[in-house]
Design a protein around this ligand. Structure first.
Ligand code: SAM
Length: 394
């Protein structure tokens, strides 16, 4: 089946779940208000808040609520492009696998798509939200799917039966979005130490350790795993990749960073991983910062630039700001502060001069970098900015 017909069949599949595609927030929210009452929206917002602050039970309650037939199409329509990006990528990589597990399948929107595409293969969807599993089973019956089964299991408390040659885990392994991950060794490097206890603590806090252990127990010899999680930030990407590597999984397809629209908002979640257990050939794990859009700083080019009094001469908010700062010639520091923040991160702020210009450089151990360069006549602006960062209001 070619890409176009695969895409067409995914659109039809999403339509049978009641999902609609929106490209304008305005149109989406008009539709949302037609589908859901203010009481529904209040209930949903309150549960989102409880999930953020709460424990495992609040998370299950959240997914149970979002599986309600009235709510599901409305919420999932926001993720229409996510289903396209992930659904089509996964569907084209099922390959020779015969037994496929979709861990954290939710209501089974994608699981049932894969099962429809590959009637000769056996699919199992697992989720700990009873309402999601009930909806998944109901839809599978409606679609007369005989090659998919849905089990309500919390894999943190129970082992999974069976053996699979392909395991899918998309937006299901690292739920703890509020966990910032592991900081770099200092504000001057993006590198992480190899502290075993720090890694263990990350795996325990986020639940990824036990989840991966359970999945690896049922992954057959040379089995593949397709994983897509919110791991764009290096602080989460590094311990996430190390968790995968330490369980004998290797990268067997060049990583690709996935970007998709949530109606008008852009989501940049990070790499799409195709992994294999016990693979003889593999691609190296990459722990370098993501490719960014920052420009190198070039003093010579600036001389010829007309001076816009309102704009800095140079500004870079990407990881490459570090290299631009390192390359500043004859740097003279006017003032600097390096300190430990209450949340554990180390922050460095520096105001200085280089070849007759004034710069402000700011870096922290969660990979944020910022370099701003101005004409000396605008030094006061950077002084103010420096003060704001130091006082925590910048
Ligand atoms: C964001 S949804 C993702 C659904 C689906 N994989 C997708 O790509 O659209 C995450 C799902 O993982 C499930 N989940 C999280 N931890 C789980 C666990 N320990 N055992 C079973 N399911 C879990 C949640 O209940 C939720 O339905």
């Amino acid at each position: 089946m070619d890409n176009d017909s695969r895409q067409q069949s995914l659109h039809e599949h999403l339509a049978c779940w009641g999902l609609k595609r929106f490209t304008s927030d305005r149109d989406y929210f008009v539709w949302q208000r037609q589908q859901l009452s203010p009481a529904d929206l209040n209930r949903l917002n309150a549960q989102v808040k409880r999930k953020r602050e709460g424990d495992r039970c609040e998370e299950i309650a959240f997914y149970d609520l979002t599986a309600q037939p009235k709510i599901l199409p409305v919420l999932c329509s926001q993720r229409y492009e996510y289903y396209e990006e992930i659904g089509l990528r996964v569907a084209s990589r099922v390959g020779e696998a015969k037994a496929i597990l979709d861990f954290g399948c939710g209501a089974g929107i994608l699981t049932s798509f894969y099962a429809r595409r590959y009637p000769e293969k056996e699919f199992v969807g697992v989720d700990r939200s009873p309402a999601s599993i009930a909806i998944a089973e109901q839809k599978a019956t409606e679609l007369r799917l005989t090659n998919v089964r849905f089990d309500c299991v919390d894999i943190e408390s129970a082992a999974l039966p069976g053996s699979y040659d392909l395991i899918l885990a998309t937006h299901a392994l690292v739920q703890a979005e509020k966990d910032p991950g592991i900081p770099s060794q200092s504000w001057e490097t993006f590198g992480r130490g190899h502290g075993v206890r720090q890694q263990e603590a990350f795996e325990q806090r986020t639940g990824i350790g036990v989840r991966l252990n359970r999945l690896c127990e049922v992954l057959g010899q040379n089995g593949r795993m397709i994983v897509f999680e919110k791991t764009r930030q290096l602080a989460r990407l590094v311990p996430f990749q190390r968790a995968l590597a330490s369980r004998g999984l290797s990268v067997v397809e060049q990583l690709e960073s996935i970007r998709y629209q949530l109606v008008e908002e852009v989501a940049d979640d990070g790499p799409f991983y195709v992994l294999q257990k016990g693979s003889a050939t593999s691609i190296d794990w990459d722990e370098s910062p993501e490719k960014d859009e920052g420009q190198p700083f070039n003093r010579a080019v600036l001389e010829n630039k007309p001076n816009d009094p309102d704009a800095p001469l140079y500004e870079n908010h990407w990881p490459s700001a570090q290299q631009a700062w390192e390359q500043l010639k004859a740097r003279k520091v006017m003032k600097q502060t390096t300190r430990q923040e209450p949340d554990g991160r180390q922050l460095h702020v520096e105001l200085g001069t280089s070849e007759g210009l004034t710069y402000l450089y700011c870096a922290n151990t969660f990979d944020q970098r910022q370099l701003v360069i101005v004409d000396p006549s605008r030094t006061a602006m950077l002084e103010t900015y420096y003060g704001e960062i130091i006082s925590g209001s910048g």
